[in-house]
Design a protein around this ligand. Sequence first.
Ligand SMILES: O=C(COP(=O)(O)O)N(O)CCCOP(=O)(O)O
Ligand SMILES: [Zn+2]
Length: 283
Amino acid sequence: MLVTGIEILEKAHKEGYAVGAFNTSNLEITQAIVEAAEETRSPVIIQVSEGGLKYAGIEAISAIVRTLAEKATVPIALHLDHGTDFNTIMKCLRNGWTSVMIDASKFPLEENIQRTRKIVEIAHSMGVSVEAEIGKIGGTEDHITVDEREASMTDPEEALRFAKETGVDYLAIAIGTAHGPYKGEPKLDFERLKRIKELLNMPLVLHGASGVPEEAIKKAVSLGINKINIDTDVRQAFTARLRRLLEEDKEVYDPRKILGPCKEAMKEVIKQKMILFGSSLKA
Ligand SMILES: O=C(COP(=O)(O)O)N(O)CCCOP(=O)(O)O
Ligand SMILES: [Zn+2]
């Protein structure tokens, strides 16, 4: 069933587990996410970035996700990931999305607060939950120094002020992760996470979680992370299966016989994540 993000994440926050937020941009990824959630009895957040909207078209991807989510027997939220453009966020709200992220983290704190508060007021008036970001979660390809990455991390006291002044429902924080494939092992600042959770006592979001060792994920969940964003690991599962399939079968030409096995490969990765995050059997 299609529900709001806060309905899923408030429960996760109270009971101390995390829910996977998996990116989609087509039918097969969406099917993999929904089937994985049904098979593990897990709530799940299906999210689309602005790049995903451009690729799929907002009406088409909204229809695919909403149709599958409404038929599902587990709670599913439809979430805009890293929303930066006001009109895009409004379009999602008009297309029945149940959660949106306003990512104004590139702006100074005051402007991030002001931009976030505006979206919170509009989305809440429509019964839609809001995620925002404080601190900067870059990409692994960003060439920044250790000091710069340290400086980009979320300041706990600023996060408390941000949460109070915006009314945001869940907060994406920077504690050492980055988007995309890691070159080395990411080092998460668990002390910072612990402090932020103690101060804010609300659902917290971890972006850039693909490639983070399982022990680090478990520790982050134990310290208060409740939404975990995964895209790269699913993309790589798809692509690895595709390469192997085309290598093994030079004659195949039916997309269904290609995308079907790739869907299964993505589903298996997603199921493992749901079990790791502690959301299985929570639906
Ligand atoms: O935090 C994550 C995923 O992190 P990951 O790369 O570690 O999976 N996300 O918000 C996914 C961002 C996807 O954006 P785009 O469609 O523009 O490539
Ligand atoms: Zn992200």
